[in-house]
Design a binder for this molecule. Structure first.
Ligand code: HEM
Length: 143
């Protein structure tokens, strides 16, 4: 069993990012990625970072879809995100929301629970985790 470690991080740090392993898309396929993001968002609703996200269910589901589109794209699938939303510019898109290091830990903690349940080979699991752990550091914009 591999250990998924949350790297300690502060606002302003911009670690280099390696894209997730191409095998993840082959393994999860588009449907599996959408389910993963959907499960993540549904758990956010019961978490302490709930108030960062849209209160309205319809808008919440739209936010979920945008995120899933991005994850499908970044893992090597169709470019739904680019087609629907344009260039990702995720740091800029997160700026309206106050994301602290603690909020990142909650966000990541939900993925840490979900990822091992996907049955992925360790190499893929580690690769996806590293991507989330590192790239989420970029989104911290508040102390
Ligand atoms: C550090 C923890 C993170 C928090 C607390 C967070 C929170 C949020 C919030 C509040 C939104 C806006 C929802 C809305 O009102 O539409 C959002 C959107 C989004 N997030 Fe994150 N996020 C985090 C990390 C990440 C990471 C690491 C990624 C990508 C790997 C990501 C991808 C996205 C995408 C694609 C959107 C949709 C942007 C759009 O097109 O509007 N987020 N996130």
């Amino acid at each position: 069993m591999i250990e998924l470690k949350i790297t300690e991080a502060q606002k302003g740090s911009r670690p280099n990012i390696s894209l997730p392993h191409r095998g993840i898309y082959e393994f999860l396929k588009e449907d599996g990625i959408r389910k993963l993001v959907s499960d993540h968002y549904d758990q956010i609703k019961n978490s302490s970072i709930r108030e960062l996200f849209p209160p309205d269910d319809v808008i919440f589901e739209a936010a979920k879809k945008n995120s899933a589109d991005f994850f499908v794209q970044i893992m090597g699938g169709p470019k739904h995100y680019e087609n629907n939303r344009g260039a990702p510019m995720l740091v800029r898109r997160h700026n309206p929301f106050s994301i602290t290091g603690d909020a990142r830990k909650v966000w990541l903690g939900i993925y840490r629970e979900l990822l091992p349940k996907l049955g992925m080979p360790d190499e893929l699991l580690q690769s996806l985790w590293n991507y989330l752990d590192q790239f989420s550091i970029w989104m911290i914009n508040s102390d």
